[in-house]
Design a protein around this ligand. Structure first.
Ligand code: ADP
Length: 453
């Protein structure tokens, strides 16, 4: 029962577990991609000019200054064009890198250098523009060198700031690599544990129940093999025993008329006759177990065998203060052998009465079960026999349907096996439900006739 319930909920359980596992994998993937992208961006920045501006800038400014100095010695129109073009290019270079600067300190230095370079150009402009040529070339040159020294001082400062920035940046990159490494280890651990958990769940959810079912079917097959060989043997022996028993019984009856009454000999005769009757019942049980007759099925109401058994046994049960209550909650038609169903019900009611002994209730109930069971689809009718007796010990419950299992001194242990077999021949089952607060419940599950549902 529990296994079937678990089997029903299993697909939902697997879908949820798989979704969780997929979620965890996607999360780990996204974390690693973030780290990898960060590292790629850092590598791009490191290979770009962001941290290597000072040296090329200094080289450019020195070359420009050399050109201006040469122009001061000898005015050359081509050189003037070169100076103007180089100035433009240097200013553009400064502007671009000022906008791209990663650190505020770098941006400040580049702004200051731009201002000083403009100042330098204004000063050089006096030389380039013949209309405003400086009066004293020596004073002009000293001023130019002063501004240049200021620009170069900022370039040197930028060089130092770039070195520090680069070190910081390398530190950050190192941290990112450590992070990535940590996340890789963590996600590998998560994936490994999810894999192990899923493996374990698959083992518990699929393999264990399959093993359980396999063991169950093996037990059933073994039991059936044992039963069939036992059945052949039992049938042979029972057949041989039945004839002499009948002859003995007949002789005992004849003898009864000849014996004085009352007499000890008559008492012995009656005792032997009763024991012979018991033996006959055992033999009859053996035979119907070993060679069950095919049911002669007709279309009957499910309540019919129940009412017949009620009429048959109600009076005798009342003598020991056992009430037999019938509840017809549904009354569909079934294809069944009414005598065989009666035989099953009489056996169940007798067991119930033996369990109660005296003062109790036996419920006979019919109702409909519409759920699809694991072995059969479509609606079934349930015929329940519920008693208020002693119940069945847990260790006996597993063996109830084993042939010859009995807890009674005079029992054959065949009643339930025969009943189960009869139900099987009707395409149904006989189920035992323990766990009622007191007593026991057996249920006959029978398919409803197809034109009924
Ligand atoms: P028998 O009645 O000959 O023992 P059964 O196959 O009918 O054989 O029953 C097997 C055993 O199941 C009984 O001996 C008894 O222990 C137990 N049993 C069956 N029905 C009931 C019941 N209603 N209450 C308690 N025990 C029961």
């Amino acid at each position: 029962m529990k296994i079937e319930q678990a089997t029903r909920h299993r697909p939902v359980f697997y879908i949820v577990s798989s979704l969780l596992a997929i979620g965890a994998i996607l999360w780990a993937e996204s974390q690693m991609w973030t780290c990898v992208n960060d590292l790629r961006r850092r590598a791009e920045i490191l290979s770009s000019e962001v941290f290597h501006l000072a040296d090329p800038l200094e080289a450019r400014i020195r070359a420009l200054n050399d050109d201006v100095s040469r122009y001061a010695i000898q005015v050359t129109p081509g050189l003037k064009q070169g100076i103007l073009a180089e100035t433009e290019a240097t200013l553009r270079f400064l502007k671009k890198h000022r906008e791209d600067a990663m650190l505020p300190s770098h941006r400040d230095l580049l702004t200051q250098m731009g201002d000083l370079l403009n100042q330098y150009l204004r000063h050089a402009g006096a030389l380039l523009d013949s209309a405003s040529a400086p009066a004293d070339l020596e004073i002009w040159r000293r001023e130019k060198e002063r501004i240049l020294a200021q620009i170069l001082a900022r370039t040197a400062e930028l060089g130092r700031a770039e070195k520090l920035g680069l070190e910081d940046y390398m530190e950050g990159t190192h941290q990112s690599v450590t992070d990535l490494h940590r996340k890789l280890v963590l996600s590998s651990l998560i994936l490994l544990s999810m894999g192990a958990a899923l493996g374990y769940l698959a083992y518990r959810g699929l393999i264990v129940p399959l093993q359980f079912r396999l063991r169950q079917s093996q037990r059933v097959i073994e039991r059936q093999e044992k039963l069939s060989s036992l059945g052949v043997l039992a049938a042979g022996v029972a057949h041989e025993i039945r004839n002499p028993l009948t002859s003995i019984k007949a002789r005992l009856f004849t003898q009864q008329d000849l014996l004085a009454r009352p007499s000890e000999a008559l008492e012995d005769n009656v005792f032997i006759t009763e024991e012979i009757s018991r033996l006959e019942k055992i033999v009859a049980d053996f035979l119907s177990f070993a060679r069950p007759s095919e049911p002669e099925k007709v279309l009957i109401r499910a309540s019919q065998p129940l009412r017949d058994v009620g009429e048959l046994l109600r009076a005798s049960l009342a003598r020991v203060n056992i009430e037999l209550r019938t509840e017809i909650l549904a009354d569909p038609r079934v294809h069944a052998d009414p005598d065989q169903l009666k035989q099953v019900l009489i056996n169940l009611v007798r067991n119930a009465a033996e369990s109660i002994e005296h003062d109790g209730i036996i419920h006979l109930r019919t109702r409909i079960q519409s759920r699809r069971s694991s072995t059969r689809s479509g609606a079934s009718v349930l015929i329940e026999v519920e008693d208020s007796g002693k119940g069945i010990a847990p260790e006996d419950q597993k063996r109830l349907f084993d042939p010859f299992f009995t807890t009674k001194a005079s029992g054959t242990g065949l009643g339930l096996s025969i009943a189960a077999r009869i139900l099987e021949k009707h395409g149904g089952t006989l189920e035992y439900h323990g766990g009622t607060p007191h007593g026991t419940q057996f249920t006959l599950v029978l398919p409803i006739a197809s034109n009924e549902s």
